[in-house]
Design a protein around this ligand. Sequence first.
Ligand SMILES: C[S@@+](CC[C@H](N)C(=O)[O-])C[C@H]1O[C@@H](n2cnc3c(N)ncnc32)[C@H](O)[C@@H]1O
Length: 187
Amino acid sequence: MDLAGWEQRYRSEMDAVFEPSPTPLLAETVSHLPPGRALDLASGTGRNALWLAQRGWSVTAVDGSPTAVKILRRCAEQMNVVVDAQVADLERAGFTIEPDHWDLIAMCYYLQRDLFESSKQGLVPGGVIVVIVLLAEPGKDNSFRAQPGELRRCFEGWEILHDREGSDTWQHKVAEIVARRPVSEVR
Ligand SMILES: C[S@@+](CC[C@H](N)C(=O)[O-])C[C@H]1O[C@@H](n2cnc3c(N)ncnc32)[C@H](O)[C@@H]1O
């Protein structure tokens, strides 16, 4: 679905779209990390951003849907947590990922290939990225889906903490990766 489609969906389901539980892979990953600076790209209504903020992370969440961000901000207020929630179209370079800055970057259920390199550079050395994307399937609109093996190729040379292609809890076919930026890199 494109951004306009998402905005429409959030508007039409305004009170129903907040999903309270974080992505299980993100929760599992974070359970091994000390809190730091986290960036949630295409955050939606903020299930991961809010959960991280509750656990002491300093979180920036970015989504292109003004309605999703409005819901996120409202939830943050209700939960009494701080999230720097920004509306930005990532496909139009609406948000710049600061290099060497983030301890954790989450990109869950969002595929934008040209974000991979800036996200990788955005992590501090030793920082961790969690990516989940839908996998291409015959007979589906595959414009927002990755090819098998594509995700893992993006992280060649990184420490891979998790790498899986299969079904998620909703029975979607997904590719998942958790990778750590090398502490010393040959540039
Ligand atoms: C499947 S939802 C995932 C939300 C969240 N990451 C999660 O896992 O719950 C995809 C999100 O991508 C956002 N999105 C789509 N295109 C975007 C764009 N060009 N810039 C920023 N966000 C975008 C949508 O608004 C939507 O919230």
